[in-house]
Design a protein around this ligand. Sequence first.
Ligand code: NAD
Length: 967
Amino acid sequence: MESEIVPKITKMTVSGKKQSMGFEVPCVIAEENGHADTPQKGLSAEDASVTSGVPEAASKSTLSQVVQVSEEQNTVPTPVKKSGKTKPQINVKAELEKRQGGKQLLNLVVIGHVDAGKSTLMGHLLYLLGNVNKRTMHKYEQESKKAGKASFAYAWVLDETGEERERGVTMDVGMTKFETKTKVITLMDAPGHKDFIPNMITGAAQADVAILVVDASRGEFEAGFETGGQTREHGLLVRSLGVTQLAVAVNKMDQVNWQQERFQEITSKLGQFLKQAGFKESDVAYIPTSGLGGENLVTRGQISDLTQWYKGKCLLEQIDSFKPPQRSVDKPFRLCVADVFKDQGSGFCVTGKIEAGYIQVGERLLAMPPNETCTAKGITLHDEPVDWAAAGDHVTLTLTGMDIIKINVGCVYCDPKEPIKVCTRFRARVLIFNIEVPITKGFPVLLHYQTVSEPATIRRLLSVLHKSTGEVTKSKPKFLSKGQNALIELQTQRPVALELYKDFKELGRFMLRYSGSTIAAGVVTEVEAAVKAAQDAFPNWSSKSPLERSQILNKLADLIEHDLEAFAKAESKDQGKTITFARTVDIPRAVYNFRFFASSILHHVTECTEMATMGCVHYTSRAPVGVAGLISPWNLPLYLLTWKIAPAIACGNTVVAKPSEMTSVTAWMMCKLLEKAGVPHGVVNVVFGTGAKAGEALVCHPDVPLISFTGSTLTAQRITEKSAPHCKRLSLELGGKNPAIIFDDADLSQCIPTTLKSSFANQGEICLCTSRIFVQRGIYSEFLKRFVAEARKWKVGNPSDPTVSVGALISKEHLEKVRSYVKRAQAEGARVLCGEGVDSLDLPAGNEKGYFMLPTVIAEVQDESCCMQEEIFGPVTCVVPFDTEEEVIKRANSVKYGLAATVWSSNVGRVHRVARRLQSGLVWTNCWLIRDLNLPFGGMKASGIGREGAKDSYEFFTEVKTITIKH
Ligand code: NAD
């Protein structure tokens, strides 16, 4: 027996429950993968092509997203309990085809100006389809007559609440299921009234296709189409939210006697507008209809006034002929919560459209925010329980193992192995709609993203873009005005789960509203997540014992060592250094950095003093600081990055590390080993990007209390300035202009080969390289002759050739800069004894265009010359004579830097005397680059602030506390 009053249609509503996402997490913004095209650096064509694959890999981790990932980007923020039973694997694609008798599922939203007759039109269509029984319809007719609103009867099929009936407007997004010949349609009847646009956006965000209803009556179409009407706004909105196919129901045609002219007038006006809004002409169909009369809805209209000129489809035929959208079933699971409610049984329910992937009953899901897992106990599709559901389905999930309070409209349920990003700050490309006031920095907006509606602020106006090419036409505009395309940075009040448009088109779009109107549509281009991930990982990591951390560090060292050859090759290709140097210096040292701090962290003791007379004992306690920001340069990429990561995490901090944008390949390779080594997710986060963007964002981030930086003095100045407002703890390891002082009692057989190395190793691109050689006059000529002769023996060429000692410089610009110093020295009257401009550089075939330079020795150069004062950072060294100990100390100290010095003499007393007086953080006597990592490393003056080493790094990466106990 047919039910009495309940229509036979299934119905759900989006209640629009206000979300309350709790905590706030400011975030860092990074940018496109900074890993620029790997410069040729003299690699053979074969080498270059191998290298080019790597930035591709690195680009997966673009932005400051958490890059502690396996190759498949398996980020697992919360440990997931494995469910005992293994689910039978389903072939979703095959099952989807079989489901619903082979009919495709389509989500349809109905949009249009408030009085265009949307609900009546669709209600009548449903009635004609037999989805509402006669009795119910009769009841509605009676009721609506009684209420004096007879024409609302059909609309009531869709409008649910009393208030809607009262006002005759649809408020929530009503959802109804009906079928056509080839499709099962989920119909969302979106409100047309201006006040309910947020609900409309929610509906449209979940739709595949749309019906735009316009009122054909004179004056009415115009009212909806003009400014202030919803026709245009809805059209723009659905297009911006990803709907590409549109059926325009030119409704109430009976009121204009089915006039062809009126139909044409409307369609031509709309056609122009829809084209501008981004709809393809072939994807828009116009159907003349009468919602009240029911003409041309489910069967072609028979009225002669219409049939004379209209031979096209009726509305139902048009719905049936929409192309079904691509279902992203192969992507990780995503469902945006549209509603959440308590069920009778255990757990609670959420509804929403599955945007990607699929789900089976019993599977674990991760909710973001709040970053917690639960189990899907049941799935309901169109009010029927099902075992699985897939992308495109509107479902209700019954969830257990999670508290309902934590879930709000806007949360995203996702695959725990591939979680969605959560942030409060992101970048986006936006199109500004009709807005009278210009948009400036600090502009408050409402962000509508999927089912989320969240207050946000436009934090930065980054650039104005050319509409079609996307090129930047203006950087840092003061304001944005209507019609402009722009890049902006947005900050939300509470964390929101977002995807990048390039990764997930369906989840990368949003709208911005201001004071009741939609002012822009946008796509997400960059999301920050690294600092947040590091913060989340901190409590767990910092509470591990030093021994537990030590074991993980050792494991990581083993894994890098196991892949030493691959790392060395990648470092050589990426940086230009010789494979020999990478194999014997860079990578072994990176391995040792982890082993060293894994061991040293076990052996620190804190201080204790006693005040016996006061009955007191004082002791110190050290604790990790929090999220450490680590920034490293390009010359010793993995070596220097791990020199920071190892002590930071050994001490219990979590890190966001930024390698140089010029050389990030080995950092990326290391990321892939983190998980295997047992480094928990979020402990080491690597952001790839340029210094100006990713680096500076880290420096300015309020939740990164300390920055360890190695790089140039100029950058350090900027970092100091930028971090000052936050009073950050800084460690700065900077450039050098390092002297070698060679007394006449030096053993030249040792001194010359070592000084060649200290001048030209790694192409002279080491901060510790010698670039000023002071030779006592008695041995000056002999030294010079032998030094130059030996320098000429250094082979320059293909970095992969094991007989080569000098590889390629980092970049063309850097090569030009280094060469320019030689030119300037010559112009000043100095003499170039070998190398650049003097000897010819014969490069092997395939390397001719590389950034190579011969070891270059300059003599007869004044101390004031830029070559004697500035850091050249290339294979260039200056040799000058001196007479006395006193004189040479003064001259050696006469530069702004103070990093490292070398003293050559067999007189022990002199060695000690000179070493003490040199303004230099490190002094090597009768050797170079021999390091005991236990002892402090760092520079004076412009070469840096702070020291690194066993004790120094421990002190930098921990906060000390003095505790007094009275007994
Ligand atoms: P750099 O200062 O240009 O860059 C170093 C790092 O800082 C890079 O990761 C870069 O992206 C980042 N960066 C740049 N601008 C930034 C900003 N505004 N905010 C935050 N981060 C920013 O240096 P480089 O050219 O990569 O490296 C060469 C320099 O490094 C030389 O001066 C060399 O002497 C020095 N260096 C010093 C040591 C040492 O231990 N003292 C070791 C190696 C290199």
